[in-house]
Design a protein around this ligand. Structure first.
Ligand code: HEC
Length: 104
């Protein structure tokens, strides 16, 4: 009887982990990355801060940039702080995808 309860408990925990895992990996999705690494400069809506010479990422010019151009800017813009420049290729891709969603 006791063993059955233990098995049920272990199964429940395993199920819960199985359900939680995908949402845990979402912690690194584009929106989260943008809020953590870009929003303080480019703004939550990505409109930039003209007064501080921070470009909008949702301007017509930014919309015309290719994904490659945007990715390159993230890693190479001189004004970008180290943590932004050292984002992994996957993180840059996720954040660029998120910026595209803001451009719509
Ligand atoms: C410390 C403030 C700061 C942070 C943080 C920052 N940026 Fe920037 N970003 C700038 C500034 C300033 C420029 C303009 C640089 C220049 O003119 O050389 C810029 C330029 C860019 C450009 C080029 C835009 C264009 O029109 O050429 C892109 C794309 C960009 N940032 C995306 C991002 C993304 C995505 C993140 C987060 C991963 C980010 N930035 C984080 C300040 C910041």
């Amino acid at each position: 009887m006791k063993t059955t309860k233990l098995v049920v408990l272990v199964m429940t925990i395993a199920m819960a982990l199985f359900i939680l895992m995908p949402s845990l990996s979402w912690a690194d999705d584009g929106a989260t990355l943008y809020k953590a690494k870009c929003a303080m400069c480019h703004g939550a809506d990505a409109a930039g801060k003209p007064a501080a010479k921070i470009p909008s990422l949702i301007s017509d010019e930014a919309k015309k940039m290719s994904d490659a151009d945007l990715s390159k800017a993230v890693a190479e813009t001189a004004k970008h702080p180290g943590p932004v420049k050292s984002l992994s290729a996957d993180d840059v891709k996720a954040v660029v995808t998120y910026v595209r969603s803001l451009q719509k």
